[in-house]
Design a binder for this molecule. Structure first.
Ligand SMILES: [Zn+2]
Length: 252
């Protein structure tokens, strides 16, 4: 079974709500146009040489990633960017990027998916970035210990998180994937006792200490795999195409 590139792109643009996020630095949507008919989809977190080589090897026609190649105003195509773009053009593989809309998306987004995977009831939005909340917070019916919570996170996201403990209970949890440490500033407002994000940040420490909020740093990569995987499942269901996750963990 094959799907026309244009049909797939239009579907994703609207389903992922790209037009709601014009302020994103990432050029969201189809960044590199490849062959017209799509038989096999690849999904990955980062657009990079490793992922592109795997995509070529495995006969992938269309790659969907969270971190694409085109950010801000591109002034020149040279060096690593030239090599990466050339690799895709020579292989006729399309590259589709979805950055902040995929953190924020209420159904397929990284943050909604993390809450769902951890069986945390979603309560509301959390973590303002570029004027929009990109994360969510939620509540566990029965609180757990922070140690147990961190174990659940590690098992669920296949990661090795580091937890910094300032509160015994884990009940109200705020989640912002990736480099979302800034959202710690909103913890008090929503009564959050535990904040889960990707990358560790020194700046978050004393704020969390004074607000008595636990910090769980689960890795930028690991917290940004659920979104692309959810979109992969959506494409499989909607178009009946083969979908392959290209795993390239950074451990960061
Ligand atoms: Zn990211």
């Amino acid at each position: 079974m094959a799907t026309a590139l244009q049909k797939l792109v239009s579907f994703l643009d609207s389903e992922l709500g790209l037009s709601d996020f014009p302020e994103d630095e990432s050029a969201n949507g189809l960044q590199i146009e490849g062959r017209k008919n799509i038989r096999k989809i690849g999904i990955a977190v980062d657009a990079c040489d490793y992922v592109f080589r795997k995509a070529k090897e495995n006969n992938i026609d269309f790659l969907l990633v969270h971190h694409g190649l085109i950010w801000g105003k591109v002034r020149a195509v040279r060096g690593i960017l030239k090599k990466r773009i050339a690799m895709l053009l020579n292989s006729d593989i399309s590259l589709y990027a979805c950055h902040l809309p995929l953190d924020r998306h209420p159904k397929y987004g990284n943050n909604s998916m993390i809450l769902k995977l951890l069986s945390i009831e979603k309560i509301g939005e959390f973590g303002e970035y570029h004027g929009k909340k990109i994360g969510y917070w939620g509540r566990m019916r029965d609180g757990v210990s922070i140690k147990q919570f961190a174990l659940n996170v590690d098992r669920t996201l296949n990661t090795k998180s580091s937890a910094i403990i300032f509160n015994k209970k884990v009940r109200n949890i705020g989640v912002v994937s990736g480099g979302g440490w800034f959202a710690i500033n909103e913890a008090e407002k929503y009564g959050i006792d535990t904040f889960l994000t990707g990358e560790p940040s020194h700046s978050a420490y004393t704020l969390a200490e004074e607000m008595k909020v636990n910090l769980v740093f689960a890795g930028h990569y690991a917290t940004e795999t659920p979104g692309v995987k959810a979109v992969g499942s959506l494409i499989k269901k909607k178009f009946g195409l083969e979908v392959e996750f290209i795993d390239h963990p950074t451990g960061l």
